[in-house]
Design a protein around this ligand. Structure first.
Ligand SMILES: [Zn+2]
Length: 282
């Protein structure tokens, strides 16, 4: 997206919330509302899950596990698959390896509708490969595999079937060069006092900057300056940095930094478009 497109896009979006002639204090109030409204569906589902919990249909172990890991929206999809699974029967073709799952009401199904599915199970029952391909397509376990999992009396959905994007920890997904900071990667053994101090301070700043639009704007503007200041200084490495210690020192190479640079550029473009809109008289 070009800068002009970004500005036009921001203008179009903002015009739905506040008239161009509005004073600044009204603009800020409306802008906060816009930000709230524009929060992603994932964020909405995350809050919805936290606030209202999720209803269990069968209260069996695997359903309880799903209710703990999925966002509400994805749990509803899981519940639907679980419900459908009970409309199928399972036949063993090869014990603990290959199963045939057949729809119980085959006669009532459309002629073109497939009613028999083969599910292959790996050696340790960690992955259930159904020929319907639903999991590969959507990231949600299908009713056929689920039926076999229940046959196996699994209390939990196998890890390989839990796509992180659909879980409550989805926000913990980071860019490749930042993945070491992901929650489930744990704290590196080579962590230092220097690193810990910066990490805590940075999180404190993020917490404060998330309180209102003014804090957010100040944070983004200052971070832009901090980044620009640090970038040239960071070329002189002392070997004590976390990346060097982990043997994954890629940040110094242009390619490894490109994601960060592009990300910052995009943020700056967004920031500029907002500023331009505030001074726009159209
Ligand atoms: Zn299937």
């Amino acid at each position: 997206m070009t800068s002009t497109q970004r500005i036009e896009s921001s203008n179009h979006l903002l015009k739905g919330y506040v008239s161009p002639g509005s004073p600044m204090h009204l603009f800020l109030r409306k802008y906060e509302k816009l930000q709230f409204d524009r929060e992603s569906e994932e964020s909405f589902q995350e809050k919805r899950t936290t606030l209202s919990g999720v209803p269990l249909r069968l209260n069996i172990p695997i359903e309880r596990h799903a209710s703990k890991i999925y966002t509400r929206s994805m749990f509803e999809q899981f519940s639907e698959a679980l419900y459908k699974s009970f409309a199928h029967q399972v036949d063993v073709i090869e014990h603990r390896k290959v199963y045939k799952v057949t729809h119980l009401d085959a006669a009532a199904r459309e002629k073109w509708s497939k009613i028999v599915f083969i599910v292959n199970v790996d050696d340790e029952a960690r992955f259930f490969d159904c020929e319907c391909g639903t999991f590969e397509h959507s990231g949600m376990v299908c009713c056929h595999s689920l039926k076999v999992m229940i046959e196996f009396r699994l209390a939990k959905i196998p890890d390989k079937h839990v796509v992180k994007r659909w879980t409550r920890d989805a926000r913990d997904i980071l860019l490749d060069h930042l993945v070491r900071y992901q929650k489930d990667r744990g704290s590196p053994a080579s962590d230092t006092f220097r690193h810990s101090q910066m990490w805590i301070r940075a999180l404190e700043c993020v917490r404060l900057s998330d309180i209102n639009v003014k804090c957010y704007d100040v944070f983004m503007a200052m971070m832009k300056e901090v980044y620009a200041t640090l970038l040239p200084l960071s070329h002189d490495k002392d070997g004590m940095g976390l990346e060097e210690r982990d043997g994954v020192a890629k940040m110094a190479s242009g390619t490894a930094c490109s994601d960060t640079v592009e990300h910052v550029k995009a943020l700056v473009e967004d920031w500029r478009s907002i500023i331009l809109f505030r001074h726009c008289s159209c």
